[in-house]
Unconditional design. Structure first.
Length: 82
């Protein structure tokens, strides 16, 4: 449940910042208090920590997808000195 709240928070912030046009004067990103928004999603962590963990998950997911496309990794044989 906590991960769903984190994902929802990050998605909401991205959607809020992407909003352009006539409402831009009303929805000012710089005046938004992310701590209050995070609390509304029942998150106890600071927003910077939530965003960082989300970024790490995204990077890991992309890395895993690349490995699946390449196939299983093979270990290199190291020549032993004798």
């Amino acid at each position: 449940m906590k991960n769903l709240a984190k994902d929802a928070f990050c998605s909401w912030v991205r959607a809020y910042t992407a909003d352009r046009g006539e409402l831009k004067g009303i929805f000012m990103v710089k005046k938004l208090h992310l701590g209050h928004v995070a609390k509304s999603f029942a998150l106890k962590e600071r927003p910077s920590l939530v965003g960082r963990s989300f970024q790490m998950q995204t990077k890991k997911r992309k890395r895993d997808q690349k490995q699946k496309q390449k196939g299983p990794m093979r270990k290199r044989k190291v020549a032993s000195k004798t």
